[in-house]
Design a protein around this ligand. Structure first.
Ligand SMILES: N[C@@H](CCC(=O)N[C@@H](CS)C(=O)NCC(=O)O)C(=O)O
Length: 210
């Protein structure tokens, strides 16, 4: 089988989720870095792969895909390696439920409204809009609390690692580097324990953005 190609920057949480899945399945791939800082994801070359101007996009033997949840499911089903989706309908539904919560309710407040402003402030030395960050905390907290309540055990959606864990890891890794993340994680003990286990996996080290 030809090596798949992943289009996107390593710093992106969605790109990292795909890299985590590829690493857990031990699938070799090529990555084409897209410089989102320079706006390359809005250029025609990338828009031909991802019409919404987002990252990642994915290519396998001429088959093109975008939308991370479609890409990760395809990789799990098309390649050898440990299965990252449960065999039963309820187990798979729980995995999809977690991914949907992450996409719909966690990503925006955590990454867009807390992590990006904090990291940008650290990079530029300019003060972030503290009021805007504070305004994002209730939504971030609600998403974490919902996942804490749904946590099945050991891994997010059950006894085995699944796509749900790999969709959430990149967001947590960044969030925990902010004061808001550090504080909110102390109120979700199951997710905290989950993170201690997850953070030791070799796939996290090998995909860590520099
Ligand atoms: N629905 C898309 C969302 C991907 C997404 O939001 N990616 C972010 C990076 S983590 C992005 O492209 N941001 C750049 C922008 O919105 O201009 C997916 O699931 O792949």
């Amino acid at each position: 089988m030809a090596k798949p190609i992943l289009y996107g920057p390593r710093i992106s949480t969605y790109v990292r989720t795909v890299r985590l899945v590829l690493a857990e399945k031990d699938v070799a791939y090529n990555i084409v870095e897209i410089d989102i800082g320079a706006g390359d994801h809005k250029e025609p070359t990338h828009l031909a792969h991802q019409p919404f101007g987002k990252v990642p996009a994915f290519e396998h033997e001429g088959f093109m895909l975008h939308e991370t949840c479609a890409i990760t499911r395809y990789i799990d089903e098309a390649f050898q390696g440990p299965r990252l989706q449960p065999g039963d309908p309820r187990g798979r539904a729980l995995v999809v439920q977690f991914i949907s919560i992450i996409d719909s309710y966690a990503y925006q407040p955590i990454i867009q409204e807390i992590v990006i402003p904090r990291f940008r402030a650290a990079r530029t030395g300019k003060k972030p809009d503290e009021k805007a960050i504070e305004a994002a905390i209730p939504a971030a907290s609600k998403a974490l609390a919902a996942m804490e309540a749904l946590f099945v055990g050991e891994f997010l959606a059950g006894k085995s690692l699944s796509l749900a864990d790999l969709h959430f890891v990149p967001i947590c890794d960044y969030f925990r580097q902010t004061p808001e993340g550090e504080s909110l994680f102390s109120s979700v003990p199951k997710l905290n324990r989950w993170w201690s286990t997850m953070s030791r996996r070799p796939s996290l080290t090998s995909t860590a953005p520099s």
